[in-house]
Structures are given as structure tokens and as C-alpha cells.
Design a protein around this ligand. Structure first.
Ligand SMILES: [Zn+2]
Ligand SMILES: [Zn+2]
Length: 143
């Protein structure tokens, strides 16, 4: 699969399935994305590679435990690398869309399988997926 920032200046390819795919309701995701929750996927380092032109340089922003890679043009965060594991975290909404209908290509293969930090939700989601108070398998399952 492929992903990019909003304007497309930064792009990457993903050559394996995500190691984690969740809907995250944590307050950081809410605040950073202006969203009630986000689709978040983690990929192993070997599955992720930048594909934009060599002269395009992302802005690297270090926050606790992560490095954010922002586009210098549209300033959206295209991807985040986790210090501890070197895994790459991407938002499902950054993935390549079908030009005709606008839907994410191959979404069924990568779509989230649970909700995390559901205790912090601002909306209830009745989709039948497991809901964790915090981290999966390390917090109370709520639903
Ligand atoms: Zn951009
Ligand atoms: Zn989150």
C-alpha cells in the first residue's frame, strides 16, 4: 500500500501488513488530529520506506517517545517513528485513495481490529469490535 501527506509531497510505501491496527481514542490523537478518534497502524521498519524525491526533506519533530515527520509544504504529519521499537505509525486516513470513489485502496486488509483508550472516547462506536480502556490486553476490556 501507499501513503502520503495531504499534498502528496511526502510519500511512502508499505510492503507488509501492519503489526498493529487500531482505532485510537487517546487524548493525544484527539488533540493532534482534531478528530474524535483515529485509525492508527504500526508497521515494522522493514515494511516502511519513503518514496518521495530525494530533494524533498521532511521536518522532523521530536516529541516524547516519537519522531514526527511533517511535510514542509502542507505541514501534515505523514508518518511517525516510535523510538523504542523503530516501528512506523501511520494514520489510516493517509493511505492512498481510489481515484474514482475516494475510498482507501485495500482497506479491508489493514483496517483496525479494536478500539484503544476507549475510556477517553468522545463518541460511542457500536461496531462490534473489542474496546479497551487503555492499551490492548494491558487494560480492562470494556465491550
Ligand atoms: Zn504535504
Ligand atoms: Zn492515540
Amino acid at each position: 500500500m501507499k501513503g502520503s501527506c495531504r499534498c502528496g509531497s511526502l510519500s511512502y510505501s508499505l510492503t507488509a501488513k501492519p503489526v498493529v491496527s487500531v482505532y485510537c481514542h487517546c487524548t493525544q490523537c484527539q488533540r493532534a488530529n482534531g478528530a474524535v478518534f483515529v485509525a492508527a497502524m504500526h508497521y515494522s521498519p522493514s515494511a516502511f520506506s519513503w518514496t518521495h524525491a530525494a530533494e524533498v526533506t521532511p521536518i522532523e519533530e521530536k516529541i516524547e517517545g516519537y519522531v514526527l515527520f511533517r511535510c514542509a509544504t502542507c505541514y501534515t504529519c505523514a508518518a511517525t517513528q516510535i523510538d523504542a521499537t523503530k516501528n512506523w505509525a501511520v494514520r489510516g486516513t493517509r493511505l492512498e485513495r481510489d481515484g474514482e470513489d475516494g475510498n482507501i485502496i485495500n482497506w479491508e486488509e489493514v483496517k483496525p481490529t479494536s478500539h484503544i483508550y476507549y475510556a477517553n472516547r468522545v463518541v460511542d462506536v457500536a461496531d462490534g469490535l473489542p474496546k479497551w480502556e487503555g492499551l490492548p490486553n494491558k487494560s480492562t476490556r470494556l465491550d
